[in-house]
Design a binder for this molecule. Structure first.
Ligand code: NAP
Ligand code: MG
Length: 495
């Protein structure tokens, strides 16, 4: 399909705008609404329910009652799996509509929504659905006189507070394992990208989720997010977002029922090329994706490129040449790999960092916003020749901005890679297997990708060290662990 066809679909899209509470789309009890706009055009897409504390109270009560009643929790895991797989199928069947909705609400290119966000969302739901009836519980080595059963029980009411950069994919990462384990799940999507989550809830209902298993409370973080955080009847919050708000969630928990908090936070990840890499072309291609994919609005963006001093000029030249592969423009035009920044506020934050970068580093390319309609477009921006204490090296920018740094040895490269308060991700390029193993062990990050930029796959757990978060992991069987409690039953045997 072409731009005109996607634009036509975007005008005809049908999607809910109410909060999804107790199996129905409803207005906020206060009647309040909030606007969500298309950042690539500035046009209003819809007004959605802006919920308050009273809506959160209602949803949590429904979630708790359902959990205690056991409709979903005690369902045979194979039956849960079948409903979840039907959900995955419906998401797959609605790929084009969901991709267009995601694109207009967030500014993401339709190319990426169709080729990455939607297929990965479907695959993630499928994987966790399948795991529902494949995980075995354990028995302890307690000897012949006793039986020690170790069971993983659903934790209860799960609340997920979401970011805006991968709305559908992050939702799938959270809700699929939580639902597969039998929990009641409440999602608060990010205010500026609310619509695709509401559509997911609609598809969940069509798939046969019992009322109240999956609820979506739309509204602002400071009201809905906080009300979930301090609620005394929520068992766990899975939070993905900024480090500052992550700290708030720890406070909310401390001030309420000590609910479990899982934090997936920001990053300032390194992309390291060791000195044995003769042909730089593969590393350059990956460095571009690591820096600019999703307009750099990516928690694993590699925004510190570290390589031997004597290869730096060549590497930068090759990066600039490959900008042709990273064309930016109307997100609904499938020829573009880069779209709009997500909001005016975020655009301004990124531009402030770029202006700061111009004072503390040498600008290689980019650095000025592009005038494309009334959208918020920032081209790939590369800096070099700064000190390691520069703001653009220390702070997460979350935009299409990267910095290239030179070192004189592999040891120096790894030391520089680790010189950050974050620890979410790192890329490491080398042709030497011994170096790959040795240095990936030394890098303090939750994921080290060797000779590729990626976050691993659905079978590898994902999460951060240091300020990038703690408390659990997304993806793989490890994601299920965070949504369960371990129950030990010790039975004395009279034999
Ligand atoms: P954010 O400002 O922290 O917001 C995240 C969520 O928290 C949103 O739903 C937001 O609601 C809500 N929120 C805001 N203020 C709150 C408050 N006072 N109390 C409770 N909830 C509140 O983060 P963001 O700007 O959306 O996302 C960008 C950040 O997320 C980056 O730092 C990025 O690295 C991180 N991130 C991490 C991962 C990962 O897996 N590690 C993945 C993606 C993003 P509103 O939208 O309504 O304000
Ligand atoms: Mg929006």
């Amino acid at each position: 399909m072409n731009k005109e066809q996607y634009t036509k679909i975007s005008k005809e899209l049908k999607f809910p705008t109410g909060a999804f509470i107790g199996g129905k789309f409803v207005d906020a009890m206060s009647g309040k609404t909030a606007a969500t706009v298309n950042p690539a055009t500035g046009e209003l897409i819809a007004n959605y329910a802006s919920c308050g504390v009273e809506d959160v109270e209602k949803a949590v009560k429904i979630a708790r009652d359902l959990f205690e009643k056991g409709t979903w929790r005690t369902m045979h895991p194979t039956e849960r799996k079948k409903i979840l797989l039907k959900f995955a199928k419906l998401v797959e069947e609605n790929t084009v509509e969901l991709a267009v909705l995601e694109s207009i609400d967030s500014g993401k290119p339709i190319y990426e929504c169709l080729n990455t966000d939607l297929p990965e969302t479907v695959h993630c739901i499928e994987w966790h659905s399948e795991y529902a009836d494949k995980r075995y519980d354990e028995m302890s080595p307690s000897g012949l006189g006793a039986l020690g059963l170790i069971n993983y029980e659903a934790i209860g009411v799960v609340a997920c507070v979401m970011p805006w950069n991968f709305p559908l994919m992050t939702a799938a990462w959270k809700i699929a394992p939580a639902l597969a384990e039998g929990n009641s799940v409440i999602v608060k999507p990010a205010g500026i990208t609310t619509l695709s989550m509401l559509k997911l809830a609609e598809l969940g209902a069509c798939a046969g989720f019992p009322e109240g298993v999956l609820q979506v409370i739309t509204g602002s973080g400071s009201v809905v997010g906080k009300a979930l955080g301090i609620h005394n009847d929520i068992d766990i919050i899975s939070f993905t977002g900024s480090t500052d708000i992550g700290r708030d969630f720890l406070r909310y928990s401390a001030d309420s029922n000590l609910k479990k908090i899982v934090l997936e936070l920001g990053g300032k990840s390194p992309f390291v090329v060791l000195n044995d890499v003769a042909d730089l072309s593969d590393a350059v291609e990956n460095a571009m994706a690591a820096s600019f994919w999703n307009m750099g609005q990516n928690c694993t963006a590699n925004s510190r490129i570290i390589l031997p001093n004597n290869r730096k000029a060549e590497f930068i030249e090759m990066m600039v040449k490959s900008l042709d592969n990273w064309k930016i423009g109307d997100p609904l035009d499938p020829q573009f790999k880069l779209g709009s920044m997500v909001s005016e506020a975020h655009f301004n934050t990124v531009m402030k960092y770029i202006e700061q970068g111009k004072k503390e580093a040498k600008l290689v390319t980019g650095g000025e916003p592009l005038k494309i309609g009334s959208g918020l477009f920032i081209p790939p921006t590369i800096f070099t020749d700064m000190k390691n204490d520069a703001t653009i090296i220390r702070e997460e920018i979350f935009g299409p901005v990267t910095a290239v740094m030179g070192v004189d040895s592999d040891e120096e490269a790894i030391a520089l890679a680790n010189d950050t308060q974050y620890g979410l991700h790192a890329s490491l390029f080398t042709n030497d297997l011994n170096k790959a193993i040795h240095y990936s062990r030394l890098i303090k990050a939750g994921t080290v990708a060797v000779n590729v930029f990626c976050e691993g796959d659905i079978t590898t757990p994902f999460g951060g060290y240091k300020l990038s978060g703690f408390g659990g992991r997304d993806n793989a069987k490890h994601a299920h662990e965070q949504y369960t409690e371990i129950k030990s039953t010790y039975i004395k045997l009279n034999i």
